[in-house]
Design a protein around this ligand. Sequence first.
Ligand SMILES: [Zn+2]
Length: 218
Amino acid sequence: MPYAGRTNAVHSALKALGWARLLVVAVVLVLGCARIEPPYCIKVIDGDTLDVWTGEKIERIRLIGVDTPETKDPRRKVQRFGKESSTFLRKTIKGKTLRLERVEKDAYTRTLAFVYLPDGRCVNDLIVKEGYGYAFVKYPFPGIERLKAFEAEAREAKKGLWRDFAYERFYAGNLSSRVFHRPSCVYAKRLDQDKRIVFETRKRALELGFAPCGSCRP
Ligand SMILES: [Zn+2]
């Protein structure tokens, strides 16, 4: 049985290789961890939230001015593109020392911050630029105009979540809240006739100072 001997030899060689590989992986991990200076990410919660080890404590960071599709809200189904957004954030910041520019705390005591990569790029900007999230303009923050412009560019270039984004034939605005919707939105359907205004394009609604609905994302 010549093959038996050979198989055994191959088997033990593989076994030895297995241990060697494990050792290499362990060494790389230890060295790798030692090399990253805090603050660095220890966990990505979703596309716009992460846990950071500051060197002293774990701090939950919510990227300011950015909103990505939900992946974790138990009341909602995973929104389209939620997973892609989390993956993008994870890949972008993995193994890097981050610079945090803390702006304020939100109602959930998360730190609202801009996060910067070692090469100086702003992660908040990248997410919106590459179409992995929206500019979150409900509350004012420094840099709001910059993020709005990045969103318009990403939408124009059909990047990321704008790739197969459907444009509507018209949009319905609410004259009292100054918010506009897709015609299929529940809020558009509930709109009283005397409060309703119709826009032919999204651009027109924005020009007249109407804000896009946070639910139907027109
Ligand atoms: Zn709506």
